[in-house]
Design a protein around this ligand. Structure first.
Ligand SMILES: [Zn+2]
Length: 165
């Protein structure tokens, strides 16, 4: 469950990402600079891994390459994620599972002075918007499906030729 090997939903499912990426408009006078912020979704590219989590990069719409917050979130139960941290001591595994289901700021990836604010905003969204949570899980499945295109027919297989007598 390492944090390398994530890719942006925009890379793999651009149409879906354009249609369904959550954006939040912040009016003037708030704690954040006014503007539009996108909650860009990144998912794991390892097709043999089923870690069921998203890494959200929060960016200003004017400047989508700069992450103002990087948030980890897993929508499954704590028990599910404890299974991912089997190699860690049980109390650490429990803590990591609690962090990811509760949402947390990523320790490796960029943050900004506004990171805690965006984390609070994201927690609000998932606490009150079950559709959004379901959408993230659906995007994860679609992202994986796009990464594992079904092979169309096994054209390389040589048919044993029947010998004529
Ligand atoms: Zn993974």
């Amino acid at each position: 469950m390492a944090d390398f090997g994530m890719a942006d939903l925009f890379e793999r499912c651009p149409d879906l990402a354009v249609r369904e990426t959550r954006t939040v408009f912040v009016p003037p006078g708030d704690a954040l600079p006014a503007g539009e912020y996108g909650f860009l979704e990144n998912y794991c590219v390892d097709s043999s891994c089923d870690c069921r989590r998203v890494v959200i990069r929060v960016c200003n719409a004017q400047n989508p390459t700069v992450a103002l917050a990087t948030i980890n979130y897993g929508w499954e139960t704590e028990e599910f994620y404890r299974g991912w941290f089997k190699s860690a001591p049980p109390d650490e595994a429990a803590e990591m599972a609690r962090d990811i289901t509760g949402t947390c700021l990523d320790l490796i990836n960029p943050q900004s002075d506004y990171a805690d604010y965006f984390l609070a905003l994201f927690r609000e969204m998932i606490a009150h918007d079950a559709d959004y949570v379901a959408r993230l899980a659906r995007h994860y499945r679609e992202f994986r499906r796009q990464g594992n295109p079904r092979r169309s027919g096994n054209t390389n297989r040589q048919r044993p030729k029947r010998r004529r007598r």
